[in-house]
Design a protein around this ligand. Structure first.
Ligand SMILES: Nc1ncnc2c1ncn2[C@@H]1O[C@H](COP(=O)(O)OP(=O)(O)O)[C@@H](O)[C@H]1O
Ligand SMILES: [Mg+2]
Length: 224
């Protein structure tokens, strides 16, 4: 599904990514770990074309992503950031329906129906008319993930989805991600939660000095 071939990226004279190669197949869960500043977010941004690459190619379903229409690419590859990125001036429901009506062109009625369905699934139906600043960090992150899920991307990138959260809230978000793994979604997750990463991942990517070291984790994976 995703193929990263000899990708390099530098900021001025900072060679962040050096000749990265990585393949993600449909239904696989791949995690990225590595020290702060090693280039994990940069790699995710390159995959979604939020950053350009200096060398190499990234293919999605065999098409070079630079040749894809950007809106099409971002509908196929959803991204969830560490800091939620919800629209503060919109309610939870409005945050969820926005992409469905504006990008997917679904009717308001259909968008609301689907949004309510997913809010029930993540246990936040009582927050439907709340604004993001009335939610806890864990609730915000679950809404942010739900918003991405509603767009039905083929691949979801999650950048440290639990790192801004305390222990209880982490658990809520981790449980949501586990349910996504069980639904056979294709995921690329940056996370420092070692136990969690070991449990869900088919492959673990260690980024060290700009290089990606790939560890096969299929035998240790506990969630199918
Ligand atoms: N837009 C940018 N301009 C210049 N340097 C950047 C930019 N974004 C990230 N960097 C640098 O690139 C390196 C990798 O950053 P990042 O991918 O955010 O690391 P990580 O997500 O692994 O913590 C860091 O040294 C960071 O300072
Ligand atoms: Mg980062």
């Amino acid at each position: 599904m995703l193929k990263i071939v000899n990708v390099s990226k530098k900021y001025k004279n900072n060679n962040v990514l050096k000749n990265i190669n990585l393949e993600i197949n449909k239904g696989e869960v791949v995690s990225i770990i590595g020290k702060s500043g090693c280039g994990k977010s940069t790699l995710l941004k390159c995959i979604n074309r939020l950053e350009t690459i200096d060398d190499g190619n990234i293919y999605f379903d065999s098409i070079d992503i630079t040749e894809m229409n950007i809106s099409d690419l971002r509908q196929k590859i959803g991204i969830v950031f560490q800091e939620y990125n919800l629209f503060e001036h919109l309610t939870v429901l409005q945050n969820l329906t926005l992409g469905l009506t504006k990008i997917k062109k679904y009717s308001d009625i259909y968008a609301e129906k689907e949004s309510i369905k997913i809010l029930k699934k993540i246990g936040l139906e009582d927050k439907i008319n709340s604004y993001p600043d009335e939610l806890s960090g864990g609730q915000k992150q679950r809404v942010a993930i739900a918003r991405t899920l509603l767009m039905k991307p083929k691949l979801i990138l999650l950048d440290e989805p639990t790192s801004a959260l305390d222990k209880e809230m982490k658990k809520e978000v981790i449980n949501l991600i586990i349910s996504m793994v069980k639904d056979d979604m294709t995921l690329l997750i940056v996370s420092h939660e070692e136990d969690f990463v070991n449990k869900i991942s088919d492959k673990i990517i260690h980024i060290q000095n700009g290089k990606a070291i790939i560890q096969d984790n299929k035998n240790k994976k506990e969630i199918e």
